[in-house]
Design a binder for this molecule. Structure first.
Ligand code: 2BA
Length: 107
């Protein structure tokens, strides 16, 4: 079995989770925060049989989009007085880790 960790944008969360539900693929949603932008994103924990990995990757690919986000570097209390030009940052579609699971148990 494999564990897929997919970090996606919140805007894509509902489309992806309803596609996973339709495909009867169990998953858990976690509210997470990106380390660079420090904005909310979503991490899905998805446990699947090896044969279903490609199906899940396809669902992610078809529901999660790349987007440009305007980011003001260094924004925060230390820089409150300074105007910093915003920069465009390309985010997503998804950051995906596929891990081999040693065991999968429900007790
Ligand atoms: P964030 O860390 O908030 O990063 C958002 C976007 O900012 C990234 O999009 C990337 O385009 C840019 N970015 C990140 N670090 C950067 C840096 N040091 N310099 C310049 N630009 C930088 P994505 O690559 O699509 O990543 C989306 C989210 O996926 C990330 O949000 C983070 O939550 C997660 N992620 C990305 N790579 C990861 C990794 N190696 N390990 C764990 N999580 C990761």
């Amino acid at each position: 079995m494999k564990m897929i960790l997919a970090i996606i944008q919140n805007a894509d969360r509902d489309n992806l989770t309803s596609a996973l539900r339709k495909a009867k693929i169990g998953h858990t949603r976690l509210n997470t925060t990106g380390g660079f932008l420090r904005q909310g994103n979503t991490t899905l924990v998805i446990g699947v049989e090896d044969d279903d990995v490609d199906k899940v990757l396809h669902l992610i690919e078809t529901t999660c989009q790349e987007r440009e986000i305007l980011h003001r570097p260094g924004s925060g209390a230390l820089h409150a007085d300074a105007y910093v030009e915003p920069v465009k940052v390309l985010v997503g579609g998804a950051t995906i880790f596929v891990l081999t699971m040693e065991q999968f148990r429900k007790l």
